[in-house]
Design a binder for this molecule. Structure first.
Ligand code: ZN
Ligand code: ZN
Ligand code: ZN
Length: 375
């Protein structure tokens, strides 16, 4: 995996995103968008404070106004180095000043603002106290698709992250499973993700035997044995964009039942991918995958949604879940990851990231989905 690093995003790229966010907010009837440090700020400006502290950092976007980043004076030099900084005005505030009084003149006093989900409550409360007539909405609820449709440069990064996750899977099949702890295999996965260019590992699930039946089990001290099904689910960030793939392997020869459950999940995963095309609803992907599992009699054991979006984070909108009527648009990227979890026995999950194309979808994970036998 000696792929060259992609060209960095430019100030113009960030300016276009900020303009789009301000316009989308106006279209949604909002006075603007308030963005705290986190994935939205990274996506909009490329700025990621080294430590997120109690000091207010806030990007203020409103249609017709220049973007302003409110920052603590001591962090202003860092903010100035952010790739999106040339497209921004910095408004710094010094310890001892009231940051909300500094921010207030930037806001429409009677406006309603979309607020990024991950901001600190104390800052929103501070603004509310300073401007009692403003109101606030969840940015994710108001503009769920703000980051949902990826451009060609984002797709390139997601494709590279997917390829690195695939390379990780190919290598992990060569390590020994039986007689080693889940934690040991998880450490192997993390090391491989880094080796293949990830800067950040978000999760390395190794769910062996009964642990595989708990979708949120990460990895533990259980020693993997011959006869175990093992759910592997791993991912993180490479060049700032996410990977997330899952395969379920078996240590030694599987039973007929294990084969049947694995086949069911594999067929369900294919069915979910097969219906993807522009214009269908997110819930249709969930329904297509779920129908296969229902028909095979395992419906009550598929206990989570079928997929989630991915981008500068490994979990974000859109969600492939019953009730989500958001239409698919070319450039959306999300997981298709049905599973069957038999309590106390074993679990199976198969997951690829896909991107919606004009004709259907393209998978960003392309390792074999048939059950691999490991030692
Ligand atoms: Zn078995
Ligand atoms: Zn996953
Ligand atoms: Zn996932």
């Amino acid at each position: 995996m000696t792929t060259a690093a992609p060209a960095p995003f430019t100030a113009d790229d960030y300016k276009a995103r900020m303009d789009r966010a301000a316009q989308a907010a106006a279209d949604a009837g909002l006075a603007g968008v308030l963005v705290a440090p986190g994935p939205d700020l990274v996506w909009l400006t490329g700025y990621q404070p080294t430590a997120i502290t109690e000091r207010l950092t806030l990007l203020v976007l409103a249609a017709g106004s220049e973007p302003v980043l409110v920052v603590p004076t001591l962090e202003a030099p860092d903010a100035e180095r952010a790739p999106g900084a040339p497209a921004l005005t910095l408004r710094d505030w010094t310890d001892g000043k009231d940051p909300y009084a500094v921010t207030a003149p930037l806001l429409d006093v009677n406006g309603r603002f979309g607020v990024s989900d991950n901001g600190w409550a104390m800052h929103l409360l501070g603004l509310q106290q300073e401007l009692p007539t403003t109101s606030y909405a969840s940015l994710t609820e108001a503009l769920p698709m703000l980051r949902g449709v990826k451009d060609a440069h984002e797709l390139e990064r997601l494709t590279a992250a997917g390829a690195a996750a695939d390379a990780t899977y190919e290598q992990i099949l060569k390590v020994r499973f039986s007689g080693r702890k889940e934690n040991d295999v998880a450490a192997d996965l993390a090391a491989l993700l880094k080796e293949f260019g990830h800067s950040q590992v978000d999760f390395t699930v190794v769910g062996s035997g009964p642990n595989g039946a708990n979708p949120h089990h990460e990895a533990g001290d259980r020693v993997i044995e011959r006869g175990d099904m093992v759910v592997l689910d791993f991912g993180g960030l490479k060049h700032g964009y996410g990977s997330d793939t899952s395969r379920t392997v078996h240590v030694g020869e599987p039973t007929d039942e294990e084969r049947q459950v694995h086949d069911t999940v594999r067929i369900a995963q294919d069915a979910g991918c097969a219906v993807i095309q522009p214009g269908i609803a997110c819930q249709d992907v969930d329904r297509a995958a779920r129908a296969v599992i229902d028909d095979a009699g395992y419906g009550e054991y598929f206990i989570h949604r079928t997929g989630h979006g991915i981008g500068v984070t490994t979990h974000e909108p859109p969600y492939m879940i019953e009730g989500e009527e958001q239409e698919l648009v070319p450039g959306m990227c999300f997981s298709v990851e049905p599973g069957i979890y038999l309590p106390g026995r074993f679990g199976v999950r198969i997951e690829d990231i896909v991107t919606v194309t004009e004709e259907g979808c393209r998978r960003l994970n392309n390792t074999p989905r048939e059950m691999a036998i490991v030692e």
